[in-house]
Design a protein. Structure first.
Length: 200
């Protein structure tokens, strides 16, 4: 029963984030939409299986897929993985671990995201993580961070974690602030604006 409830919470969280991403992505439309992105097939599992067979699966890498072609530029830019729970997991795990420590949970996520991004031929990856009664965080690789921050340099709270021994280099801030600070046009090249114009 507990396992089932945990899986249900994870599915609900994925649907919630997909709606938030959809509204963020279409914020410049007269009527922003919440249906552009949705959970990928078996949360990216099908794409992973096919990749092992040397086959590509368009738009199904990571946990988020585009139901509408208007969302494709975001997923071409970065593969998105979603993580819910893991209350004992934090960035501290990568700061104070020693060489003999086993692979940390976030390291597993990063490797999973890197593999998915490479298979999808995306520019980079992002991981959105929510612990219970905590703010949602978004972890980004260096390429995604540099692209967004160069396009819109600003001073705000974020962490840059670079662990050479563990081959980890990522940037972290709250998902809420990420949506406030960055705009889809930094990624899409005015894709939502062009969509709006075609509908007039």
């Amino acid at each position: 029963m507990k396992k089932g409830r945990g899986k249900s919470k994870g599915n609900d969280y994925e649907r919630f984030i997909c709606k938030q991403l959809s509204l963020w992505w279409t914020q410049d439309l007269d009527e922003p939409r919440d249906d552009v992105f949705w959970r990928s097939t078996t949360s990216g599992g099908r794409a992973t299986t096919r990749s092992k067979q040397g086959k590509q699966t368009a738009g199904q890498y990571g946990d988020v897929a585009a139901l509408d072609p208007i969302g494709k530029p975001l997923l071409d830019f970065m593969v998105i993985e979603l993580k819910r729970g893991y209350k004992g997991t934090s960035l501290h795990d990568l700061l104070d671990c020693i060489e003999s420590n086993k692979e940390q949970e976030i390291e597993k996520w990063v490797k999973q995201a890197e593999t998915a991004a490479e298979a999808a031929d995306a520019k980079g990856w992002a991981i959105i993580h929510a612990r219970n009664r905590r703010k949602d965080l978004i972890y980004m690789d260096e390429s995604v961070w540099n692209w967004l921050n160069t396009s819109n340099p600003a001073f705000y709270t974020h962490a840059h974690l670079w662990n050479v021994e563990r081959n980890i280099d990522l940037h972290v801030l709250t998902f809420e602030e990420w949506m406030e600070r960055f705009h889809p046009d930094q990624i899409s090249g005015n894709a939502t604006t062009k969509l709006q114009e075609t509908k007039k």
